[in-house]
Design a protein around this ligand. Structure first.
Ligand SMILES: Nc1ncnc2c1ncn2[C@@H]1O[C@H](COP(=O)(O)OP(=O)(O)OP(=O)(O)O)[C@@H](O)[C@H]1O
Length: 491
């Protein structure tokens, strides 16, 4: 048991898009960073004396920093001859950048460290009441705060054990706790039993939570998250065939901001960047801004009477520029490179305004069907949101539990912030679930609560008096190691 209630916990929720950090007991995270780090190779060759006194080349430990913005190309000391030191912590399942599928725990530890620096967590005096008397007092030291992190159960025990190891070995935590993000989101809505629908970046996940425990049965995910939607939009902008007689807006692909700012850069560097996760994330940023622009229409409350966006059964000439329809208020969007999109003139432009409808489209247009799901896990699909919920519920055999979950559906995750998402999910579920079940979709009107629900749940949990005995203390970790340590979180 860890009796550390004098020092509040430090809570982290690292997703595949953003990472949130802050002190337990607070309302919202104090630091939100892109979920990636720069690796700086600067001065990597170091001459040291080895034991025999001869001079040998040694590689200095790489330094890491948090990418504050994606507006400029990474610093020069992040490049080697054939790669750029930009490491996304978790790769999106839709990513096509060259990157390792394994989670780099050194980079993950570096991201936690970057958040410590932003909040001066290692400044021991900052957490001491009263003035600092001795100016020579060291302010850097091991962290006193127990660490609580959200985890994704899909990533498996090996990954969770490596997080624990990192907490105790690299970050010298005095105690730690790992909690499934669905459980934490349910807590943040004050419901220990709920069906959590988290529409995030790399996927949409549906997870049943019973009395605070995440159930393995019924935990399913679909590729249709925010990253998927952004990639669909990117593809539409670059696909000649979709624009009929109108000119294709970005035949050579969407231009991220760093390319616009670094026009003079050497070609090798640009080639390296174009194949990197940095480029992927920078394009996503441009697509995210467009997806959340004012031209995007709210989701219809009921199943749309119009055909799904970009569906193939439209008349052939529907994409022709319709001069007679032009009016002064036509919705327009301008990409950072100046490309002007008149979204009211073509069928494809109009469909772009209805992009979020794709979360609920039961069949996908042909140009997307080539990206079929290659994942062998049958619980990872490309299903639309309402079918994903149905798929999850079909795995819950107990009718009473199923009924309770249906009346407590929590909709969370930043990609659930499209206007009308909660009402649409509810109406689609009423259509496909047996009529004896009355569904209730709960979602916060406050976007901060939706974006950071897992972090907020962690903050609440870590400050409960009754929770203090749940921490895995350093002594317990030293005695039983990371894999056995994980068992404590299931008890
Ligand atoms: N206001 C908004 N409306 C719609 N989508 C949004 C909005 N804000 C952010 N997004 C999208 O939400 C996604 C990020 O979601 P979220 O922060 O829940 O992901 P994450 O937790 O970092 O990653 P993951 O869920 O994969 O672990 C991005 O793809 C972004 O484009």
């Amino acid at each position: 048991m860890y009796c550390g209630d004098e020092t509040g916990a430090y809570v982290g929720d690292v997703g595949s898009h953003t990472a949130r950090f802050g002190y337990g007991g607070e309302d919202c995270p104090k630091v939100v960073l892109p979920s990636a780090v720069y690796r700086h190779y600067g001065g990597t060759v170091d001459y040291n004396n080895d034991d025999e006194g001869s001079r040998v080349k040694k590689r200095k430990a790489a330094k890491y920093s948090a990418p504050v913005s994606l507006l400029n190309a990474p610093p020069d000391d992040c490049f080697t001859e054939n790669e750029v030191g930009f490491i996304p912590i978790y790769n999106s399942m839709n990513s096509n950048a060259k990157s390792s599928p394994d989670v780099d725990t050194e980079a993950l530890a570096a991201l936690w460290e970057c958040s410590y620096q932003s909040l001066a967590v290692r400044d021991r005096k900052k957490h001491t009441v009263g003035p600092r008397h001795d100016p020579n007092d060291t302010i850097e030291g091991p962290i006193d705060h127990p660490l609580l992190a959200s985890i994704d159960p899909h990533r498996g025990e090996k990954h969770h054990a490596s997080i624990l190891e990192m907490f105790f070995e690299s970050l010298s935590a005095p105690a730690a706790y790992l909690a499934p993000s669905a459980t934490l989101s349910a807590f943040s809505f004050g419901r220990p039993t709920a069906l959590v629908v988290d529409v995030g970046h790399s996927s949409a996940r549906v997870t049943p939570v019973m009395d605070g425990y995440t159930l393995k049965f019924g935990s399913v995910q679909s590729q249709r998250g925010g990253d998927w939607l952004a990639r669909v939009q990117e593809k539409v902008l670059a696909c000649n065939d979709l624009w009929g007689d109108a000119p294709c807006p970005c035949p050579d692909g969407v231009m991220p901001r760093y390319m616009l700012r670094n026009k003079d850069d050497n070609l090798l560097k640009l080639k390296i960047l174009k194949e990197s996760s940095f480029h992927d994330m920078s394009v996503h940023q441009v697509m995210y801004e467009m997806m959340t622009g004012s031209h995007v229409l709210p989701l219809e409350e009921e199943e749309s009477s119009l055909p799904a966006p970009f569906s193939d059964n439209d008349s052939d000439d529907s994409n022709a520029v319709e001069d007679e329809e032009v009016d002064e208020d036509e919705p327009m969007y301008v990409l950072p490179d100046g490309t002007r999109l008149d979204l009211g003139l073509t069928k494809t432009g109009k469909d772009l305004r209805r992009l979020p409808e794709l979360f609920f489209s039961e069949s996908l247009p042909t140009f997307l069907q080539t990206d079929t799901n290659t994942n062998s896990d049958e619980n990872i699909t490309t299903q639309p949101l309402h079918q994903l919920v149905q798929h999850s519920l079909s795995q819950i055999l107990d009718a009473d539990i199923r009924k309770e979950l249906i009346s407590n559906i929590i909709l969370t995750g930043s990609s659930s912030l499209f206007t009308g998402m909660d009402k649409r999910l509810s109406s689609e579920l009423s259509r496909i679930l047996p009529s004896m079940y009355k569904n209730k979709v709960i979602s916060s009107k406050n976007s901060v609560e939706n974006r950071y629900s897992a972090w907020i749940g962690g903050s609440i949990l870590s400050s409960l008096g009754s929770f203090q005995q749940m921490w895995l203390s350093r002594r317990e970790y030293d005695e039983c190691g990371s894999f056995l340590g994980l068992q404590k979180f299931h008890s």
